[in-house]
Design a protein around this ligand. Structure first.
Ligand code: G4P
Length: 528
């Protein structure tokens, strides 16, 4: 007998929006996040998130290293309700010392908000994070921030999005003036103007108009700014891309919003439009095909493991993205890799750093599971049989260090630590072919620091790290066994933990030369 469709599950899925904010440090991510949480009533006071960032960790139990540096090593999750939506924001570390965790967190998002400083344009960390999102093909929305400051010309910024990131853009609104002259924005979709009023821009007046040529705007913004607005928008109407929702959903075009997070200007319009346009939880690929969120059988996957959230208890938290079905506290699920059933009794939900026990959760939600060491990144939990999700890509390391042990008597613990931390996805490990040195590869310097810290704290081993000058790793696939002597100049041949051959290169030139000299070989960015 066919079961009636689960309307409750469907409506819970429909109202969820799970996204990550990607940006370069200082673009205003903390400020924007805070404003969004304020709209959602999740925090009452401005400054709450800021205070967290400013290292006021008195009540926090994050890793020691995080306290010392006042940064968020971990990507946390914040949830709030706004209008008819339940919003999950995945926070990615804003510090330039980001790590593979940052990338992996993006796999748990269904869309991304790319935050850009109007004066700085597209910066390095944004490029990296954008590329990970673009590879997954998720919709990307752009918020150009700090409009209250003098910045670059909006057309120039759109051109930069296209030239640097390869994505075309559609402005949803357009600034009227900028910096000291900024008086508002014109909403191209709704045909309305939003004007700042008052010295501190705290009052915002919204006026519906016929079009951007409406004389009301002239009255409000003055002749000069109105002429400029008309000229810009005429050009956009003629030469700009039309808004094409299908293209937005495929990540081929990015809707752009202009605003100023600190003044709360343009933030609410952004949030309203974004929540309308952003996709609800998407299906995920598995070994049994695509799994729809509305599939009644609960499934989810672990995308991140946070060790030592509480050093006193040595606990670990596995972050699980729910893919389908309803989660209920205490439910039994199959841990597919381990081949056993486990009971999920103490799941946690996150708001900033306060952790609450969660009773039920739905697709798109992220829950934290207490982990006594049974989970690995990528593990699937399922009530839908032995399926496994295939969501977690590996990333090509870009920074390398040779690792050695200070006290040879500890070599057993050293090996154990390396094996476990590699397994966890904390670092990638390589061995040189001839000398059997151990090299570690990461995408962010911080991973080395966390590695060193955990080797000492969890395995009692002091390690020595010596930075190497390699910048690229390429997995080499060839019918013949690669010859180490061919990779001596500005490169070296190593093997990964599975014995695959990998060449590390010091620069692009060395890499290109090697490719030319070995035309039959394939050089892959990640393990085959
Ligand atoms: P991040 O998380 O992306 O690193 O950025 P964060 O929000 O901490 O913002 C970085 C700086 O930019 C902060 O200034 C913040 O106040 C400022 N900022 C954020 N949004 C806007 C905006 O819309 N306009 C302007 N003019 N500034 C903005 P700070 O001086 O580093 O810190 P603070 O002393 O203000 O806390």
């Amino acid at each position: 007998m066919n079961k009636a469709p689960d309307h409750k599950l469907q409506s819970e899925v429909d109202k969820r929006r799970t996204f990550a904010i990607i940006s370069h440090p200082d673009a205003g991510k903390t400020t924007l996040t805070e404003k969004l949480l304020l709209f959602g009533g999740a925090i009452r006071l401005a400054g709450t998130v800021k205070a967290r960032k400013a290292s006021k960790h008195a009540t926090s139990d994050w890793m020691e290293i995080e306290k010392q540096r006042g940064i968020s090593v971990t990507s946390s999750v914040m949830q709030f309700d706004y209008l008819d939506h339940r919003v999950n924001i995945l926070d990615t570390p804003g510090h330039q010392d980001f790590s593979e965790d940052t990338y992996r967190t993006l796999t748990a998002a269904d869309s991304a908000v790319m935050l850009i400083d109007v004066a700085k344009g597209v910066e390095t960390q944004t490029i990296k994070l954008f590329q990970v999102c673009a590879k997954r093909g998720i919709p990307i929305f752009t918020f150009i921030n700090k409009l209250d400051r003098e910045g670059r010309n909006p057309f120039e910024l759109m051109e930069e999005l296209e030239n640097v990131l390869g994505i075309r853009s559609v402005p949803m609104n357009w600034p009227i003036g900028m910096g000291r002259e900024l008086c508002g924005v014109y909403d191209r979709m709704k045909n309305q103007v939003e004007l700042f009023q008052g010295d501190d821009h705290s009052v915002i007046r919204v006026q519906k108009v016929e079009s951007y040529r409406d004389p009301i705007i002239r009255e409000m913004a003055g002749e000069y700014l109105h002429d400029q607005l008309c000229a810009d928008l005429e050009l956009l109407d003629v030469a700009g891309d039309p808004f094409d929702y299908e293209k937005v959903l495929r990540g081929e075009i990015t809707p752009v919003f202009f605003g100023s997070a600190i003044n709360n200007f343009g933030v609410q319009t952004f949030l309203d439009n974004f929540l309308d346009l952003a996709p609800k939880p998407e299906p995920r690929r598995s070994t049994a095909g695509s799994v729809e969120p509305t599939n009644e059988k609960f499934t989810g996957y672990v995308f991140k493991i946070q060790a030592n959230m509480n050093p006193a208890h040595r606990d670990r938290i596995a972050f699980l993205r729910i893919v389908s079905g309803k989660f209920e506290r205490g439910m039994s699920v199959k841990h597919v890799r381990a081949g056993k059933d486990i009971k999920l009794s103490q799941p946690q939900q996150f708001l900033a750093q306060d952790r609450d026990i969660v009773e039920e959760a739905y697709p798109g939600d992220i829950i934290g599971l207490f982990d006594p060491g049974i989970f690995r990144i990528g593990d699937t939990l399922s009530q839908a049989g032995d399926i496994e999700f295939d969501e977690l890509p590996t990333f090509s390391p870009e920074i390398f260090s040779k690792v050695s042990i200070k006290n040879a008597l500890k070599s057993k613990q050293f090996q154990k630590g390396i094996d476990q931390l590699t397994e966890e996805g904390m670092i990638q490990v390589f061995r040189t072919v001839n000398f059997d040195d151990i090299l570690l590869g990461v995408v962010g310097q911080l991973q080395f620091e966390v590695f060193e810290y955990r080797m000492k704290g969890e395995y009692g081993v002091d390690v020595q790290l010596q930075r190497m000058s390699y910048q690229f790793a390429r997995w080499i696939v060839d019918d013949n066994k690669p010859d180490a002597s061919k990779f001596r100049i500005n490169s070296t041949l190593v093997t990964d933990k599975k014995g695959n051959y990998v060449v590390l290169f010091e620069n692009e030139y060395a890499m290109r030369t090697a490719m030319e000299k070995n035309p039959t070989a394939k050089f892959l960015e990640t393990a085959p």
